[in-house]
Design a protein around this ligand. Structure first.
Ligand code: SF4
Ligand code: SF4
Length: 499
């Protein structure tokens, strides 16, 4: 993986070990300082929208059905009112490819921003569970003290109440995820009806709850560091042009505490060049004044390390553990404000941006991925457009020849299959479109009907006047109607008499 090179004069063993594991292989518990600042505020607001959608979606119904249902065991999927089943696997496969290419493209351009801002693991941990922890146990120093304090009443109350809340939240999250799989009505039944009627569902709920509780109360950042496959792929996806949370070592080094005798840089207000935290462009005046200083902008306060939920020091360079949560950016910006230096010493930037002041998001790699992505999206859209709500299959009954009838028609026997992907029961009618004359005679007089989101099948004789047929194989087109509306057409072969 390309990384921002760390300064030569610093010890360089940090890549040989995990920040959260000591030399004996024992886990080092991370007590991150409570982050605050504008990026934290953005994430907090985003999390509110996120929770609203995630917890609200299972309750929304369309025509009496869930808006979104991902019933994997029964291979029944509803996405915004559209039904998908095993027959739509090709759409699912292309959808997965699109997702994969999108993730690669997004990561190549924006690094691991998904991890810190969108991934449920981070959003739940940092913006739900960790917030409760801060509220009950206090900030990082109080948490540290509490962890080594004797088990007195205060500690028992804090720890027990925290874990009860954690477990209740885990149960709510588990139920929500279950609602996406089996639907909210089934979840309600599991909760309200006798346990004996829903033992399997109850067991699933309990297992999900226990897993979520373990992940958010104990495993925490280890999921991102050691388990998540996406995290493991960063090394091959990031390059010098990818935007990552990065420390500007050009500006920051050599780091050191500010001494009163040091020259203060020219005030930013007096400069003409735009200064923002995002790009930290600074004026020539500023750099001129910085040259007079021996030290860089980093005052080595370690606040960026203290707020890091994965326990790393971003000043060492891009690291696998960094989930791009931007907490260190907020912490450092606050420091820069206090010492009256430009924000953005730690910022979202590429290695090229830091070392050369250049940002080239569009390069051969990103353009290549973009082309592949657009082609895949185009194919998916096309397949969606061609997809009918009802799949119909007509197969001639094997081993049977055609039959000449007294009324001058020739009949062939067919087995048909219907697949209703809509949310309403369908009363199906078949009509011959080519040739436009002919009749359908259902075996056992069973009319084709198929309930919503299910399959149906039957057997039917198709009768066509002999004069409309050519000798041997004929291609015929059958129109499939529901409530008088043509929903799809099916082509099949019809055997006429050999002339
Ligand atoms: S280094 Fe910064 S962005 Fe990366 S995980 Fe730590 S605090 Fe978050
Ligand atoms: S918060 Fe900023 S100034 Fe403080 S140690 Fe980190 S990079 Fe240096």
């Amino acid at each position: 993986m390309s990384v921002v090179k760390k300064p030569e004069n610093k010890e360089s063993q940090f890549r040989d070990k995990l920040a959260t594991v000591d030399s004996k292989g024992k886990r080092i518990w991370v007590y991150p300082k409570k982050p605050k600042g504008r990026y934290t505020n953005y994430r907090t607001w985003l999390s509110y929208v996120y929770f609203l959608i995630l917890f609200g979606l299972p309750f929304i119904k369309l025509n009496g059905e869930p808006l979104v249902l991902l019933n994997i065991p029964e291979r029944n999927f509803i996405i915004f009112g559209m039904h998908f089943g095993p027959q739509d696997f090709y759409l699912f496969a292309i959808g997965m490819l699109i997702l994969l290419v999108f993730i690669i493209l997004f990561t190549v351009v924006y690094g691991r921003l998904f991890c810190g801002w969108i991934c449920p693991q981070t959003v739940f941990l940092e913006l739900m569970f960790r917030r409760i922890e801060y509220a009950i146990e206090g900030d990082h120093n109080e948490q540290r003290k509490l962890s080594v304090a004797p088990w007195d009443t205060n500690k028992i109350i804090k720890k027990v109440s925290k874990h009860i809340i954690f477990f209740v939240l885990s149960v709510i999250i588990a139920n929500t995820f279950l609602a996406y799989i089996i639907g909210i009505d089934e979840v309600k039944k599991i909760i309200t009806e006798p346990l004996s009627q829903h033992f399997g569902g109850f067991a699933a709920m309990l297992i999900f709850s226990a897993v979520f509780y373990y992940v958010f109360a104990s495993l925490r950042e280890q999921v991102c560091i050691t388990i998540c496959p996406y995290g493991r792929l960063q090394g091959v996806m990031l390059d010098d042009k990818s935007l990552v949370v990065a420390y500007d070592f050009v500006r920051g080094e050599p780091r050191g505490k500010i001494k009163k005798s040091m020259a203060k840089p020219a005030p930013l207000a007096a400069t003409s060049v735009k200064t923002t935290a995002a790009n930290a462009d600074v004026s020539q005046d500023y750099f001129d004044s910085m040259k007079e200083q021996v030290l860089g902008d980093c005052i080595d306060c370690s606040l960026c390390v203290q707020v890091c939920p994965t326990g790393i020091d971003i000043r060492n360079g891009t690291q696998l553990e960094c989930v791009n949560c931007t907490a260190c950016m907020d912490a450092c910006d606050e420091v820069m404000d206090k010492i009256e230096r430009p924000r953005g010493l730690i910022r979202l930037d590429s290695i090229e941006g830091i070392t050369q002041g250049k940002r080239h998001i569009f390069n051969a790699r990103t353009i290549g991925y973009s082309v592949v992505l657009f082609v895949l999206i185009g194919i998916e859209v096309l397949l969606f457009a061609l997809r009918s709500d009802v799949d119909v299959l007509f197969l001639r009954a094997g081993g049977l020849l055609n039959q000449r009838n007294e009324d001058g028609t020739i009949s062939n026997l067919y087995n048909y299959q219907l697949d209703n992907k809509t949310s309403k029961d369908l009363h199906i009618e078949f009509k011959l479109l080519d040739p436009a004359v002919g009749t359908f005679e259902f075996v056992g007089n069973v009319q084709p009907e198929v309930a919503k989101n299910s399959h149906g099948k039957g057997t039917v004789f198709i009768k066509i006047p002999e004069e409309k047929l050519e000798s041997g194989k004929n291609k015929i087109v059958i129109g499939v109607y529901s409530d008088g509306e043509l929903i799809t057409k099916v082509k099949t072969t019809f055997f006429g008499p050999i002339k």
